[in-house]
Design a protein around this ligand. Structure first.
Ligand SMILES: [Zn+2]
Length: 415
């Protein structure tokens, strides 16, 4: 850790202990002197901050009067009620710096034109962050938003953007649309895609099925990025594609095992962050619930900052199915292997004895014995389980997955 990161950590701890009701209580209740925290290794003296803390004491985290709040956002609340995040003007500047550095890490320059295929409104932080970051780096932006393949291609042909910022599972649909409408996507202006919200790689950095599905059809470079509202920062891949780089100016990262100890190089653990330089709602040792492999060794690009591999899943999302533990991502990966499957939803239901049931909802056209046995075979060989299947018309299923009020396609639901 550089000296400046240490200084930033000390100021953050002092600031939170003076201005956040939640952290004032945390230091007092645990009898800890905030000044005793002088570098990252001292953080282990402090308790973790959990998602429940944020949800139960949301406003106690706010460090400024309401009239200093410049932007109000909420988390997406995949597994719980959304939590409010308050950003000051300084936080927006921090977000712009974060995203500009991230996009530069992914090979971006001021000559690039970015097509933003994610929501910029609906209380969403990411879309705003990209917009601010692209402005800051002096590049161009076309704010198309999610979905709308016609408008996406119209913008690509009209303005010749060089980079897409998109949820990767939308890209195969975009290519299908191009094919159906005789758009020559292979000679388009797009050189790379910054993939948000979903992993495109396996833990060994090879492409997963979704990554392969995109790159086998289209000669573009894919960059993974992992971020969250709580972190207000992103781990983005460089051109080496060996995991997302930590920005040590913005976060202190700990990757921990079940006992709260740091895991070794290459091992899997839960991502815990302390947010440096945040003014509105700083977080100390926040447990994200996300499980990743951590890499402390220097990257091929020469950057020594710690890297995170793809998110393997959320701790709470581990599925116990017929004696096996599975992450939803592994199920998506099997489904993405099958060309016939254009859309799907995975439905998890809890049953007795802590076991879960898995049902895959698919378009009606696929309800035939031949495809059923192909799918069973693939699930058995890849995951050693056979899930249940349900069928809906493509339109019904599409409405269930791409909901107006949701930011990401709902590929996974709990019933
Ligand atoms: Zn690198």
């Amino acid at each position: 850790m550089t000296e400046s990161s240490n200084d930033k950590l000390k100021s953050l701890i002092k600031y939170a202990s003076e201005n956040s009701l939640f952290y004032q209580k945390m230091f007092a209740n645990n009898g800890i002197d905030p000044l005793s925290i002088s570098d990252a290794s001292d953080l282990s003296k402090l308790p973790f901050t959990t998602k429940d803390d944020l949800a139960n004491f949301n406003n106690d985290f706010l460090c400024v009067p309401k009239n200093k709040v410049a932007d109000f956002v909420t988390t997406s609340g995949t597994l719980s009620e959304p939590v409010t995040f308050y950003l000051t003007q300084n936080d927006l500047d921090r977000l712009a710096f974060n995203e500009a550095s991230s996009l530069q890490c992914a090979g971006g320059t001021s000559d690039d034109i970015y097509q933003l295929m994610t929501t910029i409104d609906k209380r969403f932080m990411a879309g705003l962050a990209y917009n601010l970051g692209i402005n800051k780096m002096g590049a161009g932006i076309i704010r198309v938003g999610p979905g709308a393949p016609y408008l996406q291609w119209d913008s690509i042909l009209r303005f010749s953007p060089t980079v897409l910022i998109a949820i990767p599972s939308f890209i195969p649909k975009l290519l299908d649309y191009a094919r159906d409408n005789n758009i020559d996507f292979k000679s388009s202006s797009i050189k790379s895609i910054v993939c948000i919200g979903e992993p495109i790689r396996n833990s060994d950095f090879s492409f997963n099925e979704l990554g392969k599905r995109i790159t086998s059809q289209w000669d573009v470079k894919l960059y993974s990025t992992y971020a969250s509202t709580e972190m207000g920062a992103a781990f983005t891949e460089c051109t080496a594609g060996n995991g997302g780089h930590l920005n040590p100016d913005l976060l202190v990262l700990e990757v921990i095992d079940d006992e709260g100890n740091l895991v070794e190089n290459g091992a899997v653990g839960e991502v815990v962050v302390t947010t440096l330089g945040v003014e509105g709602m700083p977080l100390i040792r926040y447990k994200t619930g996300d499980l990743c492999n951590v890499h402390y060794d220097a990257c091929a690009c020469g950057n020594k900052a710690t890297r995170l591999g793809p998110v393997l899943g959320r701790k709470q999302q581990m599925i116990k199915f017929k004696g096996t533990t599975i992450f939803p991502l592994a199920i998506f990966d099997v489904l993405d292997m099958m060309e016939e499957v254009s859309i799907y939803q995975v439905e998890i239901s809890k049953c007795e004895f802590g076991n879960d049931n898995i049902a895959i909802i698919l378009p009606k056209e696929l309800d035939n014995a031949e495809f059923g046995s192909k799918m069973n075979h693939l699930f058995k060989s890849k995951l050693r389980v056979t899930p249940n299947y349900k069928y809906l018309t493509e339109q019904e299923l599409s409405l269930k997955i791409f909901k107006e009020d949701k930011r990401k396609p709902e590929k996974l639901i709990y019933v």
